[in-house]
Design a protein around this ligand. Structure first.
Ligand SMILES: NC(=O)c1ccc[n+]([C@@H]2O[C@H](COP(=O)([O-])OP(=O)(O)OC[C@H]3O[C@@H](n4cnc5c(N)ncnc54)[C@H](O)[C@@H]3O)[C@@H](O)[C@H]2O)c1
Length: 332
């Protein structure tokens, strides 16, 4: 930690960012958080953490801003990018431009300002088309724009590392879920969507037969992985961030239903999109062995936390009800 004390976090008001920052502030880091507040917001950050962070509103595509913010920092954690494939489907040019141009700005500023370490968010979606479990050595040929843009990030990072000697570590989070995902609305993880649907008395809608799986990783564990990657003595590399366990969508509904004491028998509908991952499952050995990363929250415990915070937030965010429209259309 000593050598990376002052850190710029892009996308810092987002779901992973704000949970990661909370841990880092408690561990003594000085954090500047850049966000355009398109999805995330400072209001989702606890008061005692919020006042410790230097918040900057701006866009990662603004090079002069990025150059200014990276001056004198020890490390950068770059998270600012659309987090759902649906965002790329809805606005492909914006999605790809934030993911590629924003990242190039970061690489260039890290190089020019001699920043010691860059850790950035790639995605498990880069593996699409491969058999599970996904291992870091697999050949990547992503079939959609989100994953392709993230793969481009990884290749650009490698090129900057080879040509200019920067250290850039890419993390590939799997299905990140957790207690305070309200800022993502209909783009939230299925676990949040199912819990909100259940609490609203709705019948969950499942694409396919519900046997599709995800490697669900709790948000504080995912945030911890980014911090570990910053702290570890690493060369440019890529790591999976998952639990090494698959859970079916049917099983998540069983867990939510039994926790709430309700029957959540879903309505099954044909999968409405052409490119859809049936299984997402991380081989976690590399992250365990090199980063020392061991997730601590089981899916059972994580679901209990999501339910607890959703019950509390129903009063704090009455507009949650207006998001119910997504449950019928976006359970991905
Ligand atoms: N959540 C997941 O399951 C998951 C899985 C794999 C990868 N990731 C990646 O992790 C990162 C963080 O994801 P998240 O779940 O916290 O998403 P999020 O949407 O909650 O956070 C991203 C934040 O970046 C901000 N942002 C977006 N574009 C920006 C721009 N041009 N300039 C400045 N800020 C901008 C948003 O306002 C938001 O607060 C993303 O890069 C995402 O692709 C997430």
């Amino acid at each position: 930690m000593a050598s990376y004390k002052d850190v710029l976090v892009t996308g810092g008001a987002g779901f992973i960012g704000r949970n990661m920052i909370a841990g880092m502030v408690r561990d003594g880091y000085t954090i500047t958080a850049l966000d355009n507040y398109k999805i995330g917001g400072k209001e989702f950050v606890d008061d005692e953490i919020r006042k410790e962070v230097n918040w900057v509103e701006g866009d990662s595509r603004d090079y002069s801003l990025i150059a200014k913010l990276t001056k004198g920092v020890d490390g950068v954690i770059h998270l600012a990018a659309p987090s759902s494939f649906l965002m790329y489907e809805e606005d492909p040019t914006d999605g790809a431009s934030v993911t590629t141009q924003g990242f190039l700005n970061i690489l260039e500023a890290v190089r020019r300002n001699d920043v010691g370490k860059l850790v950035y968010a790639s995605t498990s979606a880069v593996y699409e088309g491969n058999p599970v479990p996904y291992t870091e050595e697999m050949t990547l040929a992503p079939p959609d724009l989100k994953a392709l843009s993230k793969k481009w990030n990884e290749e650009a990072a490698r090129q900057y590392s080879d040509r200019y000697g920067i250290t850039a570590v890419g993390l590939r989070p799997f299905s990140v879920y957790g207690h305070d995902e309200f800022s993502k609305g209909g783009y939230a993880n299925v676990i949040s969507l199912f819990v909100w649907a259940a609490l609203s008395g709705q019948t969950p809608v499942l694409w396919g037969n519900g046997q599709q799986t995800r490697d669900f990783i709790y948000v504080t564990d995912a945030g911890r992985a980014f911090q570990l990657a910053l702290e570890a003595d690493l060369k440019t590399d890529e790591f999976n961030v998952g639990t090494g366990l698959e859970t079916t969508f049917n099983r998540t509904l069983d867990l939510i239903g039994s926790e709430l004491g309700v029957d959540l028998t879903p309505r099954y509908v044909p999968t409405p999109i052409a490119i859809y991952a049936e299984r997402l499952w991380a081989d976690t050995r590399k992250a365990e062995n090199i980063l020392g990363f061991h997730p601590s929250v089981t899916v059972e415990e994580g679901i209990r936390r999501v339910i607890a915070s959703a019950k509390e937030a129903r009063d704090r965010w009455p507009e949650l009800g207006t998001r119910q429209m997504y449950f019928e259309t976006l359970p991905s």
